[in-house]
Every structure is written in C-alpha cells, then in structure tokens.
Write a protein that binds this ligand. Structure first.
Ligand code: DAH
Length: 339
C-alpha cells in the first residue's frame, strides 16, 4: 500500500512539474484526487486492509493528498503569474499616444431661449412653476372656460389617455392649478411641453413648448399687462423692440390680444424674416376672464389678473434666425453646435 501511494505521489509530482497550462493541472487534479481518481481508488481499497492498520493507511493517504494538493496549488500560482507577465508584455501601453477626448455638450437653442426668458421674468419678481404634461380635461379645458362642445377644443385636438385625461394642449392649465391654491398674490411663469395632434412641418410639431404667465392681485389692469410684455420684449429681443397689441379671442381671457414685436432683423422696415410686414407675432394674452377666476375660487370683484402664453420654439427660432422648427428636434450635432 505504501509503495503504491509513493508511486502515485511521485508520478503526480512529476506530471505537475511538467505541466505548462492550467488545463493540464486541472486534469491531474481530477485524475489523482477526483472522485474516480487514483487516490480515491486507494481509499476504496481500505476494506481489504487489516483493521489495526486502517488509521495508519488513512493517515498516509491524507498526507499524500496534502502533498499533491500543495504542489498543484504552487504550480498554479506560478503559472498564473507567468500568464499575467506574458499578457503584460504583450499589452504595452504607449503613454505618448494622444488620448480620447470627450466632446463637451452644451445647451440646446430652446434651453438658451428658456433661460433668457426666465431671467427676464425672475428679474420682475416672478416665480417659475411646473404643471403635469398628462393633465385632466378639467384643467386643460373646462376650468379655462372651454366647455365640452366649445369649438376651441377642435383647434386644440390632442391625444386622449381616456375620456377625462389628455396630454395637455397648452400650459394654461397651470393657471387654474395655481389659482385654485388660493394663495394671493400670484406672479408666476410655467414653462413646459405641450401636445397637439399636428403633422410635422417647418412650423408645427405634435410636441412643442410654451411658457405660461399669470399675475393675479388686487387692482391689476390691462396697463400692467402691456407694460410687462413690452418690458419682456425689449429685454429679450433688444432695447429698440416695439410691441403691438392686436385684439384677439381666447376663451379664458377678456379682453384678449395677440402681441407682435417689431422685426429685430429689419427693425420694422420689412424683410424675409417678417414676411415684409415689419412685425412678428410672439404670444397670446389677456385679462383673466372673471368666470375663470370664479371657477378657481377667486372673487372677481376683489381680484383681477392678466395671463399670457409664449411659444418657446417660436421665440427661439426668431431669436436665432432658424427657419425650420424640425432642426430643433433632429439632434444633429452640426446644427446644435452653432449655438
Ligand atoms: N394657451 C394659448 C394657446 O395655446 C395661448 C394663450 C393665450 C395663453 C392667451 C394665455 C393667454 O395665458 O392669456 O394658444
């Protein structure tokens, strides 16, 4: 038995020494120490060994196993080291090669316009608030004086989640949400994404952005509205900008107007940019309709207010002289890197 164990040990150690790959070391482990390995076979033969000698033989088998395991472990460590050293030699890093540079991103024209716009209104003491893009029909239409069968609902056809929930067609519902809180006075702008079921073309997109504005307090008049929007136009488009208020209709304001600014490209003489008229339309506005105030729980005998809605893409396109809205959404770096 002893000779057999010695022979197994000798053969195994020789093989281990000669092995030059992890695989062969593993093979040796299996063939000697594994379930069907030589050493295990010896253990199985124990039943033929005399009872008194069993502990001695058992000890010998264990010693042999320990010696072989240690040799295997040692050889594996050596081999791993060798493999790693060879890999390191192959993978020499040339530190003189130019590195990979990461291009820095920057702000989108829409974002630049929004930040400019926010700066102007924050300067006038406005708060910037947000409302949900997925909105109740109640806020998007009903509370803004647009009942179920109102024709304005056709103009602002949108995506319905269900009968009562829509993708908002305008940022105006934020007006109702803020007024409902009843915290007076109100002086806020609410920028955000809006949705309409429009086809994509140079001036339309099913998803675009608006900035809503709302002021409610005691004694607010149309003069406040005019002064505020004139100030905004001058700060945003330049100090020589003039504004023109054209009567218009919106269901939630009375009286209502659309506002044009003098074309900053030609100064009002008429050019391609303003289609020869010298004026460019930038927003809708008006005095908050008494009925809207009432629906939001505000007494129109005590409070009055004005509201406006600016098309963000519209002013961004104008300010940066971009002639096609689609360019804003294509994310072409050659275009975006110009701003
Ligand atoms: N929500 C209107 C639209 O999408 C724009 C607008 C007009 C907003 C007049 C207002 C307003 O707050 O007073 O066409």
């Amino acid at each position: 038995m002893k000779e057999r164990l010695e022979a197994i040990k000798k053969a195994a150690l020789e093989k281990i020494e000669q092995a030059d790959a992890m695989d062969s070391l593993n093979d040796i482990r299996v063939s000697v120490l594994g379930k069907k390995g030589e050493l295990t076979q010896v253990l199985k033969g124990m039943k033929d060994v005399a009872k008194e000698e069993r502990p001695i033989v058992g000890q010998m088998v264990n010693d042999t196993r320990a010696v072989i395991e240690e040799a295997l472990e040692k050889e594996m460590t050596l081999l791993k080291k060798k493999v790693r050293e060879e890999k390191m030699k192959r993978e020499v890093i040339d530190v003189t090669l130019p590195g990979k540079t990461h291009e820095k991103g920057h702000r989108h024209p829409n974002q630049i316009a929004l930040e400019d716009l926010e700066r102007v209104f924050i300067g006038m003491g406005y708060e910037v608030v947000e409302g949900p893009e997925v909105e109740y029909d109640k806020y998007n239409f009903e509370m803004l004086n647009i009942p179920a069968n109102h024709p304005a609902k056709d103009e602002q056809d949108t995506f319905y989640i269900n009968k009562d929930i829509v993708l908002r067609t305008q940022t105006s519902p934020v007006q109702a949400r803020i007024m409902e809180t009843g915290q007076m006075p109100i002086r806020m702008i609410a920028p955000g994404r809006v949705f309409r079921s429009d086809e994509v073309d140079a001036t339309h997109s099913p998803s675009f952005h608006q900035v809503e504005g709302l002021v409610v307090d005691k004694g607010i008049t149309f003069a406040d509205l005019k002064g505020t929007l004139e100030q905004f136009a001058k700060e945003f488009f330049g100090p020589d900008t003039k504004v023109k208020f054209r009567p218009h209709h919106f269901p939630f304001t009375e009286p209502s107007a659309e506002v044009d600014v003098t074309c900053f490209k030609c100064g009002g003489k008429g050019c391609r940019m303003c289609k020869g008229s010298g004026w460019i339309e930038i927003l809708g506005c008006g005095m908050v309709h008494p009925h809207v105030l009432e629906m939001c729980g505000i007494d129109p005998e005590v409070y009055s207010g004005f509201a406006f809605g600016i098309g963000l893409e519209r002013v961004a396109l104008l300010k940066y002289e971009i002639d096609d809205m689609r360019l804003l959404y294509e994310n072409d770096k050659r275009f975006l890197s110009q701003f």
